[in-house]
Ligand binder design. Sequence first.
Ligand code: BG6
Length: 499
Amino acid sequence: MTNTIEPCTFVIFGATGHLSRNKLMPALYHLEAANRIPGGSMILSLGRSDWHDENWKEEIKQTISTKIRGGLDEKVFARFSARLRYFRGNLDDDTIYNDIKGTLESDAEFPGNAAFYMALRPSEFGVVIQKLGESGLVDEGHGWRRVVIEKPFGSDLESAQVLQHKLHRYLKEEQVYRIDHYLGKGTVQNILVFRFANVMMEPLWNRNYIDHVQITHSEVAGIENRAHYYDGAGALRDMIQSHLMQLLTLVAMEPPATMDAEALRDEKVKVLKSIRPISQSAVRAQSFRAQYSSGMINGKKVKSYLEEEDVPSNSTTETYSAHKFYIDNWRWRDIPFFLRTGKRMAESKSAISIRFKHPPQHLFRHTVVDQLKPNWILLGIQPQECVRIEMQVKEPGLTMTPRSISLDASFASNEPNQKLDAYESLLLDIIEGDQSLFLRYDEVEWAWQVVDPILRVWATDRDYIHTYPAGTWGPQETRRLFEREDQFWRHSLNPNDED
Ligand code: BG6
């Protein structure tokens, strides 16, 4: 790995698709605006559609202009578009790989360092890796070569192993960037700072003081036009195995020896290895799935999942997935980690809510303070980025009435970098060769080990899928994951909202 920031050619497979248009291109433009793209770098877009350089630049301008913070700046776009080139071709045709090779090796305009980004359907990763390997494009004779793979990496343990086998044939682990864009989000990186840069937190961060941890990602949006991918994946593969499991590792891990990529990833892997395996008979007790039926969102009626375009009418794919995991180590033994995600929910929100135990002595019993609320630490990931500690204080006045307040470390709203998109920092890491926020293969494999038993039971036991009306927080029955009456899903980050 090199830390020298040299110019590179950023090659995007699937450049005309949703991810590239909505995330990669805007992120690269923002890096351009921040002068972080090394001078002389080029962006090579590959797709099947019939574009040429000039109308592709115009297309990108139209596509990204509504997604740029503060509006598109013509001068920045002129610099950015000077880097853009379009190559047309089919992924399974050798011609395109030979063209790229010729360009990287003999066209002086294109740096020999190259990052190949697979903004593709997971089913296409294998063929592209093979072609990149066979064509010699990932050999590092003419500069470094990196391959960026989107999630999901495989669709279960076995397919992940097959994909890894293919990768390993042509690439060294240092060349592989398995991206999980959640790791580029501001609050997610803040978990490490909050935990390890504050001496106050660490002594409390364990089974002695914490009652349970909840990790939530909910979306108002449905599956949009992604049925071809989503119906085969479902919420467990789409969000839990990757993004939410990553959040779990950051909350639960031990302090790493250093902040370098290997030390960090070693600690995350230890957490994944310690997750208690879920036996077949425990799947029903520890996992819950449901699918949205029609409902109301923002006053408008929306379709059920089964009515979405390209979804088979008998599909049992879950759009809501909730789980209880235990981490069998000294720090966390018997403390439940609840993970949940859903499409077409009441609100779009991602947060980590950590609930503390009650004080050991009920000093306020037989007073109005009998029902003391517990402390919480709330880490808002989106839309609101914040770190909050919820505590009890006495209301001013003559009676002993408690009030929940929150100590709020929300970032100031005028913070200039507050709205950075996750992809911006991750694309920069790829260019700079920093793998810390990318997944090592063993992380992916262990995450599949955790969810595979659930997938196996769900694949055969196709009867028990609950439904929930679109626009709600999911079925009531999901409560069965909790262990006590006083545990509940925390939807709000505000202390006095009813959940
Ligand atoms: C993607 C999932 O990885 O993450 C999508 O495939 C999901 O289904 C998305 O909507 C959520 O990411 P974000 O950054 O929009 O919260």
